[in-house]
Ligand binder design. Structure first.
Ligand code: PGA
Length: 252
């Protein structure tokens, strides 16, 4: 049985004070959700230390939204994986489409970030997904395959076991447009197939999350699909009740 994961990507939202309130509300409501659901919250860097104080010992894990490609040194404005991990943070989102699109992150950069994450015991949540033009041209399978081959295929088997994948069609992120549950299942199953071609049966244990306008109303159908193991939630993760309701939508 694969883990069920609901991760909140807060992006560049909330002040630290607001973020702590949000984390407290998630902690307070967690008891109403099946203990089978693993929640992860991913606040901005500035909030990590305070959010860790709120979540420590509650079963809610914390992730960062990015980390530097280098270990340390003269890289003004960067935050290293070691700095993040030293706070007790367990996860890091890597390769989010907004990072790829606005900050020019390539597979070469992401390979270095992966290396830093693993060297510091952070489990990456690696994002893949096609844009609208690619989807309309029927290229979504090959785009996602390349994003996996160029980065995930460089991992060792032991590293691969810790990896979470998030499939996030760019056309669905923050647009209110969600992939249908059938579209999500189709590509999640394909992603697992690609992973199986390299890592064999270990791919059956890989958590593959869906992201892109997931909300309480559509999560039950998405999560009912066999290869959809949870969600990476943006907008709806900023409202504790919605985030928790998404956790409650697991029917398997
Ligand atoms: P969204 O974002 O839920 O607001 O569409 C998801 C994401 O980008 O991780």
């Amino acid at each position: 049985m694969r883990k069920k994961v609901v991760a909140g990507n807060w992006k560049m939202n909330t002040t630290p004070v607001e973020g702590v309130e949000l984390a407290k509300a998630v902690v307070a409501g967690k008891g109403s959700v099946c203990s089978c659901v693993n929640f992860i919250v991913c606040p901005p860097f500035t909030h990590l230390s305070e959010v860790m104080k709120v979540t420590r010992g509650t079963g809610i894990a914390v992730g960062a939204q990015n980390c530097a490609a280098e270990a340390k040194g003269a890289y003004t404005g960067e935050v290293s994986a070691a700095m993040i991990a030293s706070l007790g943070v367990e996860y890091v989102i890597l390769g989010h489409s907004e990072r790829r699109q606005y900050y020019g992150e390539t597979s070469a950069t992401l390979n270095k970030k992966m290396e830093q994450a693993f060297a510091n015991n952070l489990a990456p949540i690696y994002c893949v997904g096609e844009n609208l033009a690619e989807r309309e041209a029927g290229k979504h399978f090959e785009v996602v395959k390349a994003q996996i081959e160029e980065v995930v295929f460089n991992l060792t088997a032991a590293q691969f076991e810790k990896l979470i994948i998030a499939y996030e069609p760019v056309w669905a992120i923050g647009t209110g447009k969600t992939a249908t549950a059938e579209q999500a299942q189709e590509i999640h199953a394909y992603i697992r197939e690609v992973l199986r071609s390299k890592f064999g049966a270990k791919a059956d244990d890989t958590v593959i999350l869906y992201g892109g306008s997931a909300k309480p109303s559509n999560a039950p159908e998405l999560f009912s699909k066999p290869d959809v193991d949870g969600g990476l939630i943006g907008g709806a993760a900023l409202v504790a009740d919605d985030f928790l309701a998404i956790g409650k939508s697991f029917s398997k």
